[in-house]
Design a protein around this ligand. Structure first.
Ligand code: NIG
Ligand code: FE
Length: 417
């Protein structure tokens, strides 16, 4: 089935030649076509250009996009949307003055979510998680990475990963799965962190590889969680099972996580709120994508990732939500774009590049999504009538979305199963 979008006010992120990602000054270049057409067939982008060259043939469906902008769907390369229950009690504790670390130190935080998840059946976890997945799809996300890490036992980690696999099977959005067993040290291993790491390496990883439950491996490389030496052990073991690293680093302290990521060929290093000059330098001339999570900085009132320093050093940058119950209970990429512009001084062009093609790269999907390129999936956002694409970040908290398409199909929702 072929669909023609005609009279598109502006078609964003058109890339004739496929690219993997954009970096440095190139991030400020967002190629567009004004007064454009776009043809999609069987879920794939097959043609686009200026209205003057609009094909004169019959299409099964014609959509008049007068006044509206079309762009590729957001690519959210870092989320934890499979979880059980919320942590709004901790939110109140933080309002009253406790820090994220204070809460974790008294047994709250990730351990709190792990307890809830361990007590939740796989089916209930699926039902709860699919609501979040549908919610973010409606907000324009067209490809997503989801992590485990709230199980912290063999059974519960497998349960999470199986839920991710089931979501991937039942929804048309592309989902990449990441094993984050090293998210926190469970209380029963409080005095035996190495024992827990050995459990992850010797018991969990072989099972995950056997059931093909994950594409990537993650570690919360942070003071009080997993050290650089712990991270190396886990990444080394992941490598044996074909799990590529995508790691949490430099969120609260800079302890060398960026360097370990680079050393192990990480696809991405994420968070980066605390960046020393040497951390920025060590990312130069590598294939590791730095990923910023501004909604997390907003919610926890911690520093924002120094996007200007990173981009001005010539590096690429991707933006993602970090949607999770503790540090970022929001999966709204539109808010992420706005916050990146407002708080991190990224231009709208940089933010849109960071949230589309660079986000796609940060989860290994740059060949399928992230730009308007012939042969890529027709995962699209059709905006409301807006004056210019600057309105997308400008109207923070107020998504300018009229319709969304995944693999060419308009999504309404519509439950996946
Ligand atoms: O990316 N920092 C580690 N993990 C999550 C938060 C986990 C939680 O608090 O539940 C994050 O911010
Ligand atoms: Fe995270």
């Amino acid at each position: 089935m072929a669909t023609l979008f005609k009279n598109i006010k502006e078609l964003l992120q058109v890339r004739k030649e496929p690219i993997s990602y954009v970096s440095g000054k190139e991030m400020n270049n967002l190629p567009t076509i004004k007064n454009a057409f776009l043809v999609i067939k069987d879920g794939i982008i097959t043609n686009y250009g200026a209205m003057d060259n609009c094909p004169n043939e019959t299409f099964e469906k014609v959509i008049d996009a007068t006044g509206k902008i079309i762009l590729p769907s957001w690519c959210d390369s870092h989320t934890h949307i499979v979880y059980a229950g919320n942590r709004e009690g901790e939110f109140i504790d933080r309002i009253k003055g406790l820090s994220y670390q204070d809460i974790a130190n008294k047994g709250g935080g990730i351990l709190n979510s792990a307890k809830k998840l361990q007590e939740t059946s796989e089916n209930d976890l699926y039902e709860e998680s699919k609501i979040r997945l549908e919610e973010v799809i409606k907000l324009g996300t067209g490809a997503i990475e989801i992590k485990s890490g709230y199980g912290l036992t063999v059974e519960a980690e497998l349960k999470m990963l199986r839920v991710i696999k089931r979501l991937n099977k039942n929804y048309s959005i592309d989902i990449k799965s990441t094993f984050l067993g090293a998210h926190a040290i469970p209380s029963q291993y409080k005095d035996d962190k190495q024992g827990y790491i050995q459990l992850l390496i010797n018991e969990l990883m072989p099972k995950i590889a056997n059931e093909q439950l994950a594409h990537y491996v993650d570690v919360f490389c942070e003071t009080g969680y997993f050290s650089v030496a712990d991270t190396k052990l886990i990444l080394e073991a992941g490598k044996k099972h074909g799990l590529i690293p995508k790691i949490h680093v430099n969120q609260f302290t800079a302890i060398g996580g960026v360097q370990v990521g680079v050393e192990y060929g990480a696809l991405s290093v994420d968070h980066l709120e605390e960046m020393r000059d040497e951390d920025i330098t060590s990312l130069l001339n590598t294939k590791t994508m730095p990923v910023a999570l501004p909604s997390c900085s907003y919610f926890l009132s911690i520093p924002y990732t120094p996007a200007r320093k990173i981009i001005d050093a010539g590096l690429p940058l991707a933006l993602a939500t970090d949607y999770n119950p503790g540090s970022t209970p929001s999966g709204n990429m539109n808010f992420v774009i706005s916050t990146a512009c407002i708080k991190m001084k990224m231009t709208p062009e940089e933010a849109i590049n960071a949230a589309t093609i660079n986000g796609a790269y940060a989860m290994g999907l740059e060949k399928q999504v992230g730009s308007i390129t012939i042969g890529k999936q027709a995962n699209l956002i059709l905006t409301k009538p807006i004056n210019s694409y600057g309105v997308i970040p400008y109207s923070f908290g107020n998504p300018q979305i009229d319709k969304i398409y995944l693999k060419g199909i308009e999504i309404n929702y519509c439950s996946g199963e």
